[in-house]
Design a protein around this ligand. Sequence first.
Ligand code: ADP
Length: 471
Amino acid sequence: MYINGLHVESDSKEMIEVINPATNKVIASVPKGGASEAKKAVDAAHAAFKAWSSKTANERSLYLMKWFQLIDEHKEELGRIMTEEQGKPLKEAIGEINYANSFISWYAEEGKRIYGETIPASHPNKRILVQKQPVGVIAAITPWNFPAAMITRKVGPALAAGCTAVVKPASQTPLTALRLAELAGEAGIPDGVINVVTGNARAIGDAWLEDPRVRKITFTGSTEIGKLLMKGAADTVKKISLELGGHAPFIVMDDADLDKAIEGVIGSKFRNAGQTCICTNRIYVHESIVDQFNEKFQSAVNNLKVGNGIEEGIDVGPLIDENALEKVEEHVNDALDKGAKLIQGGKRTSTGGGYYFEPTIISSVTDEMMCMHEETFGPLAPVTTFKTEEEVIERANHSQYGLAAYVFTENIGRAIRISEQLEYGIVGLNDGLPSVAQAPFGGFKESGLGREGGHYGIDEYVEVKYISIAF
Ligand code: ADP
């Protein structure tokens, strides 16, 4: 673990093994920390807060830029660590490092623009001043699908705003997180400003929820755990941001540019082997073009190369573990049992002992099939058809989730109408890959609370203070 600038073991000396999902082999082990280590991390972050928050935004920006530079210099190494613990192809892993790093450079700048306000007073001898201050120690709990970006998206704005952080990475992918924290130390970011605790999620999470010094919980992961954290945060009334599950509809209108739509759906569906919260889950194609769409889609999916992402030319790596494979299988079997047609793929592949599943397309899918309302988190693309704009909007909105939705159309009026009616925090209009550091990422409904990215992302880490001046 990395606490107060030091590598530390857990009190119990117990370890958790990290497995390469491409080979099912143990590649490392990390300490199994719990409540006591979680508390030590908060002690360190709390002690570091005063000095860190007293620095000017310019000074903090320089530290962040140094960290950015070191991450950039080590992106190949970080990418390899990520591919080994997470499975995504090396090119994609290095792409994630660049994306993750863009949050550090962007917030290094944005931290300088945490502007306050003066408000006209209603009394002649008063002035109203509004300023923003860092919330204090923040706790970030992150998932395994983006081992770097889910951390920098939280820690970047937090540090820029003057907060200090305790981080618990997912147990499947702690190595990228630990290396990032080490690089922060090498960049000169003072001890205690970033701390990484690995181990028992429940024990660590509960310790942070109970600790009144932790003023903010920021979480990316399942809706189920997000709800638990939201309830747990109530006792000490912490601020909370949640990036939870999604169930993204991908709508292809009859006037869409089909090549663009295929490129969009391939990126959105098969990136990270379908394991992202904004991955396409349901594909709605206008009935008049579905045969053409399926033909092009199948030929594109057929070209995707599945294998160990550390090798050259791989497009789709393994899933994270056996449970993930079982879930995809369950969704495929459920759909086929209920009358869906298999167009491509449909089963595990046994490459080198890893957790591989073939990129899969099924068609003639209906709304009661599991894959149409539960998050598959795997490389399964279910295609269904629709007749009218009204129908597809209604079906797309019929979900407890509201993270990302995609619409492909060349008609401007229709594009605006549909985008505005979709109950989703992110709409990719002719765009399958909408995530960038400068835009607000987040969901409606049970997909979460708060936004990450852009100037919205920094608001999550500041308190608003109003100073009433009488003279
Ligand atoms: P996923 O399906 O992505 O594994 P989870 O919500 O289970 O989603 O995990 C996301 C993160 O939340 C991980 O870091 C995990 O260890 C952590 N986590 C899981 N259970 C709890 C809990 N009870 N309290 C706090 N964190 C938890």
